[in-house]
Design a protein around this ligand. Structure first.
Ligand SMILES: C[S@@+](CC[C@H](N)C(=O)[O-])C[C@H]1O[C@@H](n2cnc3c(N)ncnc32)[C@H](O)[C@@H]1O
Length: 140
């Protein structure tokens, strides 16, 4: 396990969902941005560094059927899965470092709230951009 994932796993192991400084009850701005992109309900949407965010809950409620959440921390994704319950089975949960992840498919919407800015090394930012280019469908 990398130092990075250990760090984030510890954060999610020691703090409850609502105790982290970035917690939001309803991800209003993200939802507005996604709606503005106007994807149909079958569009593939990925939340990069989604952690335990409630964005995926809202998207499931809105009827989106092809959702993925990627995060370094298995603890974060487990917390989201527990909260969502059986409906979580419809989501693709990806435990990976976005800078080394090998996307297996393309996505129509790439969402990132407060993950990219942790990449303080220019090589990590370049690796992120490379994945973004590879994984985003034309017009995404
Ligand atoms: C500040 S939290 C934001 C979580 C979520 N996007 C939200 O809005 O609630 C940053 C998240 O990015 C994840 N993260 C940080 N670096 C990452 C990386 N290199 N690859 C994947 N996830 C990463 C962390 O595990 C954490 O869940």
């Amino acid at each position: 396990m990398s130092d990075r994932s250990t760090h984030w796993d510890n954060v999610y192991a020691t703090k409850g969902e609502t105790e982290v400084s970035w917690f939001q009850d309803s991800p209003v701005i993200s939802l507005e941005m996604i709606r503005t992109a106007n994807p149909d309900h079958g569009a593939a949407i990925i939340d990069i560094g989604g952690g335990a965010s409630r964005l995926v809950d809202s998207l499931l409620r809105e009827g989106y059927r092809s959702l993925a959440v990627l995060d370094l921390s298995a603890n974060a994704l487990d917390a989201a899965k527990r909260r969502i319950g059986p409906a979580a089975a419809a989501v693709d949960w990806i435990v990976a470092d976005v800078t080394t992840w090998q996307p297996a498919k393309t996505y129509d919407v790439w969402h990132d709230r407060a993950a990219f800015h942790f990449l303080t090394d220019s090589r990590d930012r370049a690796a992120y951009a490379e994945r973004l280019r590879a994984a985003l469908a034309p017009g995404g």
